[in-house]
Design a protein around this ligand. Sequence first.
Ligand code: URA
Length: 283
Amino acid sequence: MSNDRRAELLGTAQALLEHLQLLLGGRICIPAQNAQNTTPAQRAEMDTSEVPQVPPRKDNRRRLQLDVSTLVPMASIFEQQGDFLAAQSLDELYQCIHTCTKCPLGTMRTNFVFGTGNPSADIVFIGEAPGADEDLKGEPFVGRAGQLLTKILAAINLERSDVYICNILKCRPPNNRTPQPSEIEQCKPYLYKQLSLIEPTFVVALGLTAAETLLGRKLKMSRVRGEWFDFYGARLIITYHPAALLRNPELKRDSWEDVQKLRRAYDEFLRSGVLPEPIGHVE
Ligand code: URA
């Protein structure tokens, strides 16, 4: 092929790519134009300065961005379930980790409780650990607390299938005791990988165990509930665990305020792409 013909073809391809880029609002990368391969006439034809610029894509998709490999100690990457970090989807992740017995809870469970809901949800709700009903069914929040969570979601116009629901731990602690720090440490990489695949915009920590695990420090519910925190680019809000609302119905009022605040922030985000200002972040 002659040099002129090659230059002509390259010029045409470049022009096509630039038009495509304009159409897509700058969402594709084009290698720098090689001026030596185009004629002045072709460059004039390709000059897009006269073409009205498509405004930048109104990108409402501000989401959690998390490189899990930076959070997981190298040693554990090569232990069992080691390849979970390479999972490209929630299904793949489930396949990698559902036989986990890294901690004793794995040998006691009936079912591994991975999580349910929309795999690309804007909002993820995170509880503490499966209880007896969840262990039997293999699904999070299906017992009494779960039924209350379903009602709370309905009160802000969300169905369970709109959001994603999971827990800090994937296996039930005996007698529903509070998870131990070592159990949380071993299970946390699975949750973080899960979150990095879902890439939510909002995360709701249900109760202090979830909140303290996600923010990495001790917290006082009375100080932090209903406040916004940055969570790897997403916004995290803390509210009472539904089981706490069943034990203390007087907390429902605060919980109602918190979820209304979530709904307003979500609506604002859908409208304008703007997220609430956080008062703190992960430590
Ligand atoms: N409590 C939780 O924290 N998670 C569940 O899945 C059920 C009850």
